[in-house]
Design a protein around this ligand. Structure first.
Ligand code: SF4
Length: 475
């Protein structure tokens, strides 16, 4: 019997892409391929691309240049380019890199193995891009697809694809299409299967998760179904997923501030498994810039909703995304961003320097681009504000005993164990015995830094809802 073919998937970009990569890996394994340790061992390399990052196309074509030599070193080797950049640039990839075997879009992931076989059979490259507008079935959701999860104890669950918003800086709606929500029962069924398979933490994934179900309700009403529930479905989904036996933690990303509703906060507070963490993207603290971005909220409204979230959900950690130097951002606009950031008291923030993405409205605002030196200075000032609040919020946790989901040995120092609290804080701690990744431990926080906590192991935690604690002395 000949050795199975080996594959490598290289992922660029967001969690949605990482999840797509898991699905591609799962499909290839279902077709008999096995994971390779490196490209040198591989017969198939998949580059799952992202066009959100700066210079994504230059990096892709650079990688494809190296892979041309790799491909020529062994017969039968194949290269796949998938993801957002493949969706957006379509024939461009095949034109600039004729040695690529398969170019497939974000809605063709389910055909990965077939396309490889077709390309091998045809002896010629294949480009297959399904436009978001014609995606009508549920093939793009992972329920029907094999998935090779990166971790055994945690999983992403896609609840929605696409986005109906038109943020001026974002290419996602152009490449991922309109919002399509996955059927409610389909999501809950997948979470049940994951729990039965040993998963205890799920992250619900979508471009705008808290508008989940809006399209399903509209479609039901158009079809004359008056029984369609008027309730916000994302809150329902949180509760249903959180109630699945064996699920101890539910997270979600990303919500949109304009669609945040009190019902969602209530569901977060009332569903024990839903973690006390809200990613709440601000993008700018200036109403003028928010309007240019088409974000659909003001700074005041944003802070009001945040206050409501904090008053509803005890011990809530809040993170955010902020863009510095959006075209036309003045000193005064930026001061508003500093003020809102200070008022929001974030636990952490992903701060980005604006960079234009081809095909977006903001990329065409070239005349208003901000001087890079000014942007760099603003970026540092914002970082200082965010790190100050992060450190203060972390210091407030010192002395507390927190439940930590163990991820394994620390990357920097394997003698130390790392994990995450319910508030999604990274904790490094000493454990008296090796703790299995995916197990839970109670850890006393002893020190705080802006980006992590340090702690000491107290005891194992077998189940948060029916906690059975095994003290150190009994280990
Ligand atoms: S909400 Fe805005 S930033 Fe988020 S995916 Fe949609 S268009 Fe992009």
């Amino acid at each position: 019997m000949s050795d199975p073919r080996r594959y490598v998937v290289r992922t660029y970009g967001c969690q949605m892409n990482e999840h797509d990569s898991e699905r591609i890996a799962g499909l290839l394994e279902s077709d008999g391929l096995v994971a390779a340790g490196s490209e040198a061992d591989a017969d198939v390399v998949v580059l799952n691309t992202c066009c959100i990052r700066e210079n994504a196309d230059n990096k892709l074509y650079g990688n494809l240049g190296h892979l041309k030599t790799w491909k020529s070193q062994r017969d039968g080797r194949q290269i796949v380019v998938s993801g957002c950049l493949a969706q957006k640039d379509r024939d461009e990839v095949a034109r600039r890199a004729g040695h690529v075997d398969v170019v497939m879009g974000t809605h063709n992931v389910h055909r990965a193995a077939e396309l490889l076989a077709e390309a091998a059979g045809a002896g010629a490259p294949i480009t297959e891009i399904l436009d978001a507008a014609v995606v009508e079935d549920q093939a793009m959701f992972p329920s029907a697809l094999p998935v090779r999860r990166e971790t055994s104890y945690a999983s992403w669950v896609t609840i929605q694809i696409g986005c109906d918003n038109r943020c001026a800086f974002c290419i996602v709606p152009a490449v991922r299409g309109e919002e399509i929500s996955r059927p409610f029962d389909d999501v809950v069924d997948e979470v049940r299967r994951l729990a039965a398979d040993g998963v205890s933490e799920v992250t619900l994934l979508g471009q705008n998760v808290n508008s989940y179900g809006r399209d399903l309700q509209i479609a039901a009403r158009r079809a004359g179904d008056t029984s369609a529930r008027p309730r916000p479905l994302f809150a329902d989904l949180l509760s249903a997923v959180g109630d699945v036996e064996g699920i101890r933690r539910v997270r979600f990303t990303s919500p949109h501030p304009k669609d945040m509703r009190p019902e969602t906060f209530s569901a977060m507070a009332e569903t024990e498994a839903v973690c006390e963490h809200l990613h709440y993207p601000l993008q700018s603290g200036s109403d003028r810039v928010l309007a240019l971005m088409h974000r659909g909220y003001t700074a005041e409204r944003y802070l009001e909703r945040l206050a409501q979230a904090r008053s509803t959900i005890p011990d809530l950690a809040v993170s955010t995304d902020i863009i510095v130097g959006f075209p036309g951002e003045t000193d005064d606009d930026f001061e508003r961003t500093l003020e809102v950031s200070a008022a929001a008291e974030y636990d952490y923030a992903y701060t980005f320097v604006f960079s234009p993405r081809d095909g977006t409205e903001a990329a065409a605002m070239e005349a208003d681009f901000v001087d890079p030196r000014v942007v760099a200075d603003r970026f540092e000032r914002l970082r200082t504000v965010v790190e100050r609040s992060a450190l203060l919020r972390h210091q407030a946790r010192v002395g507390r005993v927190e439940e930590v989901l163990v991820e394994g040995p620390s990357k920097k120092d394997p003698s130390i164990t790392s994990g995450r609290t319910r508030q999604n804080k990274l904790v490094h701690f000493d454990a008296p015995v090796p703790l299995r990744a995916g197990s839970y431990a109670m850890v006393e926080v002893t020190r705080a830094a802006p980006h992590h906590l340090l702690g000491e192991f107290v005891e194992r935690s077998v189940d948060a809802r029916h906690t059975v604690r095994i003290p150190v002395a009994a280990l």
